[in-house]
Design a protein around this ligand. Sequence first.
Ligand SMILES: *Cc1c(COP(=O)(O)O)cnc(C)c1O
Length: 383
Amino acid sequence: MRKIQMVDLIRQYEDIKEEVNASIDSILQSATFINGPKVHEFQASLEHYLGIKHVIPCANGTDALQIAMMGLNLESGDEVITADFTFAATVEVIGLLKLIPVLVDVEADTFNIDPDAIERAITPKTKAIVPVHLFGQCANMERIMEIAKKHNLYVIEDNAQAIGATYTYTSGEKKKAGTIGHIGTTSFFPSKNLGCYGDGGAIFTDDDELAHYIRGIVNHGMYTRYYHDVIGVNSRLDSMQAAVLQVKLPHLDSYCQKRRQAARFYSEKFKNVKAIIVPKMVSGCEEICDACDCHVFHQYTLRITNGQRDELSEHLKEKDIPFGIYYPVPLHLQKAYADERYREEDFSVTNRLVKEVISLPMHTELDEEQLHFIADTIITFIE
Ligand SMILES: *Cc1c(COP(=O)(O)O)cnc(C)c1O
């Protein structure tokens, strides 16, 4: 058996090597390193793929969130509601902009922000909600957009983990993740579902005026060269990264499909194991099927409910099976984000999840032998 990797980018590269090398070579030959034609080509391809009017490329997914908030003119003291159970980037930029982060609990079965908790957290100072589509499946956008409309709030979707996923409304209407709120953001960090070979990110919107404003913000607040109308930042996707992404984008759906196949294998194996809860599928799907794209499994995350998550982790280490604990500490308990306003009883789900979750190897190159070995090792230990 091949050595199991948490993420296997080398084998994925081998499959597209010629195309990627040629694409990078075209940048070297033309020396169009910054703002070159490849960046515009990729931008147009991603707009087409997502079915959105504007994609604004930028340097990384964290910048994308910051720029989105700058683009909405959120001001110091405005409250922004986001999930307690996620990567820190979201709450970090809220803090950097001197906005007030308001962390709320998530749903145990989807790991995503709990709409009821959002409603409870709204005050007259609330200006925006940032749902994070955690692990590759959309938060309850239908409810979140209703709440936002009722209270006149902006919605920024952090789509760093769910690019390629589809959200299905109760009416049956479908939309791509990241294109539902006022703004969507994403990351092209190498291990993300659509990853480049360095850092990269993007902002999505259907709003022409907002898109124009943001295109200036990412470029030092310039709308005319050397005339700075607003305070901006320098945040660019470079042409080399765009060259890689332009090759990989046509493969995104098949990459997500491969992830889904691995997820389906895992879930079939674990579904009758008492102490294991497999990821819940929402958006109209009961089980993982090849035809649906409601979950793109950036991570495949189990809940171990018998208190043995840490023992299982140790066991996997001994068996040379990589795993991840996403995330080990709720954001409201992080030193940087602790705040006396928070009450522990408001975070009962996150506080439980950090002790139960374990993410298994998930990438486009897992074979059946590896999947069997991973699943059987876990089942033998837990049962
Ligand atoms: C990866 C990630 C980010 C940050 O992206 P970078 O490109 O690393 O800055 C933000 N939010 C979430 C949910 C992520 O997973």
